[in-house]
Each structure stands twice: as structure tokens, then as C-alpha cells.
Design a protein around this ligand. Structure first.
Ligand code: ATP
Ligand code: CA
Ligand code: CA
Length: 432
């Protein structure tokens, strides 16, 4: 199903919800930003603060257009996380609270979550299930530590966790996170990859109707696609991915995917990207699987990683910059400012394809691990049981976190292999 983003204006059914979300964010983020910085304490991770908004307001809370309640979770932790992700505090507020609200992507995947883009397209608000909310609160200390030790983590960057409750309405939990895709570059192909094959296929006929629909594992394989990284970037990428997956396995999380957006500089920007509301959106989807588990290799130390990150940055600097086309040149440079510190988001907001010989390729990859708040709990275990009755159990998507992670890494390792390497492996398999 293809969903086209629509501007959330006064006539939109979710206008009030979106308005309340943004009003709550504006108030709580300004409130925490106004305080003097301090170290985090364990209590900061459990903190929650409730605010009641109404049309009159009071000395503590400004008046709002509607009556609603807003809850802010772990504000100090998210303030520190935003700093670690190098967001500019004023800029964050501006993006999320400018008067031209958001565009809504509708509710894509099976999960029923709604997605909203900030007006400048930098941030995504995703409504989440109560169980995902509880999970994020529970794992927050470990997530925080991971971000601290892995400045180049590919796991979704969470910037805020909130809840809004309308008068007589239900409670809506939501997170604010990074949009992996850049505001100023056309994404020519999008893939949501899990490393599983069962049900992981977007009908090619759907693709004809909407060439920008998100494709899945089988579409990738059918196209004989390949992430060209060159040896240095590839090693660094896989090492980071492994570190991220080790965390997710430890936290018993599964069902996440590697989202890959591909910009082909050869094709440039064909569409009028100014009008973000026309950005086509095809949400997630479930089912899955394949590949045999392989033991995860040793993950490198933080120091080793920092050294490699430095080397890689040097390497990237030497590559010729991507030529900017006219429309891109008009975008403010600072849009991607915070991204230049992130190894995988440093080439124009993404990760420049590199040939085996070190020559830069024509494509820019925009990638990250998304949808990482599903705990392998009761629901998933049942799903595994039932799906396993009718499918090869190693091929379905809801498998335990350990094997899920192994299969995921193996798939990504496979698709980042150089063609030569892949051919060699293939030959040795044939001769064995
Ligand atoms: P399901 O649980 O059914 O898979 P979901 O509602 O949890 O769906 P996600 O898997 O998180 O949704 O995301 C659905 C789609 O939304 C992705 O395939 C991708 O196209 C888009 N998307 C999600 N997160 C991001 C992001 N951070 N940046 C850019 N696009 C995103
Ligand atoms: Ca998903
Ligand atoms: Ca999900």
C-alpha cells in the first residue's frame, strides 16, 4: 500500500493531535533546555512529568488552543542524547514547532503506527504502541550507554519520548527520531531489509504503480543488488552493525530492519523536492526470512573503533565531493550540519558508494537500523509457533533475538561483499 504524505492543516483529521504533540514538545523541550546543564543521575532515566494544557493557561503553563494532557519522559536523558547526536537545541525546537505543522505519512505498516515529518523533513514523529513505549523506557540506560560508546551507531536516534492525552481521548505514545533520508536528495530506491525471505517481497506490479515504494529482501535479491563500500568502509560498517546487533540481541529485540535509501547521482533530483508533501511513503510490513546463523565475530574495542573512524574520515575527505545540482544548492547548508560527525551520514547526509579500487561510485546510501522497539515477548513467540507450522522455521521472521541478529548480520555481510569476493565464495562452494 502506498501512502502519500499529506500536510496536516486545520482541516486534517489529526490536526488537533499533531497540534497538541507539537505544543507539548515545544513546552517541555524549552523547559529542560532553560536549565543549567548537569550530569545525569540514575533517577533521570525513570523521570516523568505531567502537564495539563488548557485554553486559559497559568503562570507555569502557557495557554493552548485545546485542552489536553502531556507527559514528558526522561527529559534530561533526551537532552543529553540530543547533544550526543549533535543537534542544535534551538534548531530542534524550530523544526518541530514552526507554525506550518507536519506532513503525515498515515499509518503504514501493520503496527498501526502513524508517521509525521517535521516541516523541514529532518525529524520523524512515530506513534508507538504502549509495549514499545515501555520497552524504550526500560532499555534507556543501555541505549544511552551504547550511544555514548558508539558515536557511529546505526540504530535509530531517539530524541524524545512523550505521551499526549486529549480530553476524553485515548493516550498516544510517540517518539521523535531522525529521518534517515535527506531533505534535499531524491531517493530513487528504498529497501527495508531483514535478512528473511518469507513474505519479504513487494509485488513488482505494485512497484510499477509506485516506483518509490519500499522494496524488501526478495526484491533486493532479484535485482542482484549490492552495497558497494570498498574494503575499508565495508569493514567499518560491518563492525558497527555487529556492535549494534549485539546490543539488540542482549535486549531481546527483534523484527528490526536495515532501511536503505539509494540516491543515484547520475539521475540527480528529478522530482520537485521542495514539496515534501508529495513524498511517497510506503510503510513497513511483516513476515520474513532466511540465511543460516553464523557466529558473530569479536566486536572491536572503542579505541580501535575511534581510530578506524578517524582513518575513514580521512579517506572520505579525500574523495571528490558529490556535485550539487541546482535544487540542492538552494537548501541551507546547515541542514546536514550535525550529520558530518557521523561516519555513515557524512557524505551529503549519507554514505557514498565506493568501488573496490577506492574510487567513489555514483550512489549515496542512506541507511540505518529502524523499528527497533519490538521485544521478543509473548506475541512474537506465538507468531513464531504458528508461522513455524507452515513454513521452514529458520526462514520466518519472528525468530528469537539471537538467531534474528545472526541472520540479519549474515545477510548484510553478504550484500556488502565485493563481486569478486562473492564469486570466489561461490566457486569454492561449488568445488567443495
Ligand atoms: P511494521 O511493524 O509493520 O514493520 P511500523 O509501523 O513499525 O511497521 P517501521 O517499520 O518503523 O513501521 O517503518 C515503516 C517504514 O517507514 C519503513 O519501511 C520506512 O520506509 C519508513 N521509515 C521508518 N523509520 C524511518 C526513518 N527513521 N527514516 C526514514 N524512513 C523511515
Ligand atoms: Ca518494520
Ligand atoms: Ca514495528
Amino acid at each position: 500500500r502506498v501512502i502519500v504524505g499529506t500536510k496536516v492543516d486545520q482541516n486534517h483529521v489529526n490536526y488537533v493531535t499533531a497540534y497538541n504533540m507539537l505544543t507539548g514538545i515545544r513546552f517541555t523541550v524549552s523547559r529542560i533546555n532553560a536549565k543549567m546543564d548537569r550530569e545525569l543521575t540514575p533517577a533521570d532515566f525513570d523521570a516523568k512529568h505531567k502537564f495539563s494544557f488548557d485554553i486559559t493557561g497559568n503562570e507555569l503553563i502557557p495557554s493552548a488552543k485545546y485542552d489536553f494532557k502531556f507527559k514528558d519522559y526522561a527529559p534530561w536523558v533526551f537532552r543529553h542524547l540530543r547533544a550526543k547526536f549533535r543537534l542544535d537545541p534551538a534548531d530542534y525546537l524550530m523544526s518541530l514547532t514552526s507554525k506550518y505543522i507536519l506532513s503525515e505519512l498515515g499509518s503504514p505498516g501493520k503496527s498501526g503506527s502513524f508517521f509525521y515529518f517535521s516541516r523541514d523533513y529532518k525529524y520523524i514523529i512515530k506513534t508507538i504502541h504502549h509495549s514499545e513505549h515501555k520497552l524504550l523506557r526500560k532499555i534507556l540506560p543501555e541505549y544511552y550507554r551504547h550511544v555514548e560508546n558508539n558515536p557511529n551507531t546505526l540504530i535509530s536516534q531517539f530524541y524524545g519520548l512523550h505521551r499526549v492525552k486529549m480530553a476524553y481521548g485515548r493516550k498516544i505514545h510517540f517518539v521523535v527520531m531522525n529521518n534517515l533520508f535527506p531533505p534535499h536528495r531524491d531517493i530513487h530506491q528504498t529497501f527495508d531489509l531483514k535478512g528473511s525471505t518469507v513474505g519479504r517481497d513487494l509485488q513488482e506490479s505494485d512497484l510499477e504503480r509506485n516506483p518509490r515504494a519500499t522494496m524488501k529482501d526478495l526484491n533486493w535479491v532479484r535485482r542482484n543488488r549490492h552495497l558497494e563500500c570498498g574494503p575499508a568502509k565495508r569493514e567499518f560498517f560491518i563492525e558497527q552493525l555487529k556492535r549494534d546487533v549485539v546490543l539488540l540481541q542482549k535486549l531481546k529485540i527483534m523484527d528490526y530492519s536495515l532501511l536503505v535509501g539509494i540516491h543515484d547521482a547520475g539521475r540527480g533530483n528529478e522530482e520537485n523536492l521542495r514539496d515534501k508533501t508529495l513524498q511517497v511513503f510506503q510503510p513497513g510490513g511483516h513476515r520474513e526470512e532466511d540465511t543460516t546463523p553464523n557466529n558473530l565475530m569479536r566486536t572491536p574495542s572503542k579505541l580501535e573503533n575511534e581510530r578506524k573512524a578517524r582513518e575513514l574520515r580521512m579517506l572520505i575527505k579525500r574523495e571528490r565531493p558529490v556535485p550539487l545540482d541546482k535544487s540542492a544548492a538552494k537548501m541551507p547548508d546547515e541542514i546536514l550540519d550535525e550529520r558530518k560527525y557521523h561516519v555513515f551520514y557524512a557524505d551529503d547526509g549519507g554514505f557514498r558508494a565506493t568501488h573496490e579500487n577506492g574510487q567513489p561510485g555514483d550512489e549515496i546510501y542512506y541507511l540505518g537500523i529502524i523499528d527497533c522497539l519490538t521485544h521478543y515477548g509473548t506475541t512474537k513467540k506465538l507468531e513464531n509457533f504458528f508461522k513455524g507450522l507452515s513454513h521452514d522455521r529458520s526462514q520466518i521472521s519472528p525468530i528469537p533475538p539471537e538467531s534474528y541478529g545472526e541472520r540479519f548480520i549474515n545477510f548484510i555481510k553478504g550484500i556488502t561483499m565485493s563481486r569478486e569476493e562473492a564469486e570466489r565464495q561461490c566457486e569454492s562452494r561449488v568445488s567443495a
